[in-house]
Write a protein that binds this ligand. Structure first.
Ligand code: EPZ
Length: 417
């Protein structure tokens, strides 16, 4: 399964270019089936989830060429609207293909995506929206069947600003006759990036980034070339790496406004953080102060994908901090592992109370999900002695060359398979 061996206590220093965004490239790869032609996508991060999405697209008939971090997808020979179950099970977010396949092929058969380590993760909002667009949606024996020969643009009021549901509606409505209006839409930067890609392909979408998105359906789309934005969660993770090791680093090719909620918490914790054009500079203070409250919320609130990493930092802060995880019901699996390293954390449902300790101690710990795994690596970078993080395949799903990037900043971390 692979392990990281980490020796802690070294302040990180140096410059790092931030990789392309996982949560932007996945829906954009799904969108490549809409133009039945060629899409050239640059700055694609080399990640396990991207490899899975490539396997899925090839399984339905796309041809894909890879040149370093560029993918050339040709979707002119798609021959099926059914995705192999084992691939859907490998990656929950493959569900975003449903909207694109329905829009392009008028019917789709999908295995029900299971839950994952961080929660039950239903897709009721996705299916409700397809029904509102006029699709017949049947669920039986673990499969979802969607079909419609005449989807029609309509008003969709989302009960919750779900990222995935917003993306799926944008993909389904882009080739659907009429105007579709999404209210209470998700506002994440990845939604704006999907709008930018779709419009470059010839779609007519506006409002992404606000809670109202307007999509005017078009008949045909064209070939496209596009560069993926940098990953704000990866940038946030490295910013916390600087803070937890008492270091100072410069992150290149990333935008402070995308992680302003994280940066403001780091400043509250005593770090000095500022930006120069597309660079973010993080100077950590010697003793991190506890941030009283951290509540995860949809964008632009504090991202749930940074909760575990920020918690790792608060375990060695001066004082007590209270976390409230409002997005996913089971996203504290990293806590028991941090406690093995000497952290003082009490959980009560969605609330976690973290009492800062002087220092953590190296230990053998196990990653249980992507962001929880990254948090254990950060804790290991701060701990006294050696930490061994097991099951790092979780981390590989979202971080490209994680140990090499940390080594380039002076960290003592190696991978053993
Ligand atoms: C996206 O997941 C991200 N994944 C997640 O990042 C991220 O944590 C999440 O948004 C929230 O920011 C990708 O973009 C690939 P949601 P998604 O639909 O789209 C409930 C990472 O670490 N809900 O906004 O699945 C749901 O259960 C990953 O990179 C319904 O109830 O998130 C959850 O509680 C993890 N019904 C909440 O909404 C629905 O139909 C947010 O889910 C859909 C969602």
């Amino acid at each position: 399964m692979g392990q990281f061996y980490i020796k802690g206590g070294i302040p990180l220093e140096g410059e790092l270019r931030v990789q392309g965004a996982k949560n932007a490239v996945l829906p954009i790869l799904a969108a490549t089936i809409l133009n039945q032609g060629e899409s050239v996508i640059h700055n694609v991060p080399d990640l396990k989830d991207v490899k899975t999405m490539i396997k899925i697209l090839e399984s339905i008939g796309c041809s894909i060429k890879k040149e370093e971090n560029t993918l050339i997808v040709n979707s002119s020979a798609i021959h099926t609207n059914e995705i192999p179950e084992y691939l859907v099970r490998e990656m929950r977010s493959s569900i975003i293909l449903l909207g694109a396949i329905l829009a392009k092929h008028k019917q789709a058969k999908f295995s029900y995506p299971g839950g994952c380590d961080i929660g039950h993760r239903p897709i009721d909002l996705h299916l409700k929206s397809f029904r509102e667009l006029g699709a017949e949606v049947m669920e039986s024996h673990g499969y979802i069947y969607c079909k419609s020969n005449n989807l029609k643009g309509t008003h969709i009021q989302l009960d919750y600003p779900s990222v995935g549901a917003t993306e799926n509606i944008m993909l389904a409505a882009s080739l659907t006759e009429g105007i579709t209006i999404i209210r209470n839409a998700a506002k994440e930067p990845e939604i704006q990036e999907l709008q930018n890609f779709l419009n470059k392909m010839g779609c007519k979408i506006k409002g992404a980034g606000s809670n109202t998105i307007i999509i005017e359906g078009v008949k045909k789309l064209n070939n496209v070339e596009f560069t993926i934005m940098s990953d704000r969660i990866v940038a946030g993770t490295f910013a916390v790496a600087a803070a937890i090791t008492g270091g100072q680093i410069v992150l290149k090719d990333c935008y402070i406004e995308h992680i302003s909620s994280v940066i403001s918490k780091l400043i509250e914790a005593g770090c000095n953080v500022y930006s120069i054009e597309d660079k973010i500079v993080i100077n950590s203070s010697k003793k991190i102060k506890a941030v009283e409250t951290i509540r995860t919320l949809p964008y632009p609130g504090f991202p749930t994908d940074m909760q575990a990493q920020m918690m790792a930092l608060m375990t060695v802060a001066k004082g007590t901090s209270i976390f409230t995880e409002t997005i996913f019901e089971n996203r504290y699996k990293h806590v028991s592992q941090l406690i093995r390293m000497g952290a003082n954390i009490n959980i009560d449902g969605r609330i976690a109370v973290v009492k800062g300790v002087n220092k953590l101690f190296g230990a053998k710990v196990t990653a249980t999900d992507l962001r929880g795994g990254a948090a254990l690596v950060l804790a290991g970078l701060s701990a006294e002695g050696e930490t061994i993080v097991d099951n790092i395949y979780h981390v590989d799903r979202g971080y490209e060359n994680f140990e090499e990037n940390l080594q380039s900043l002076g960290a003592s971390i190696i991978r053993k398979e």
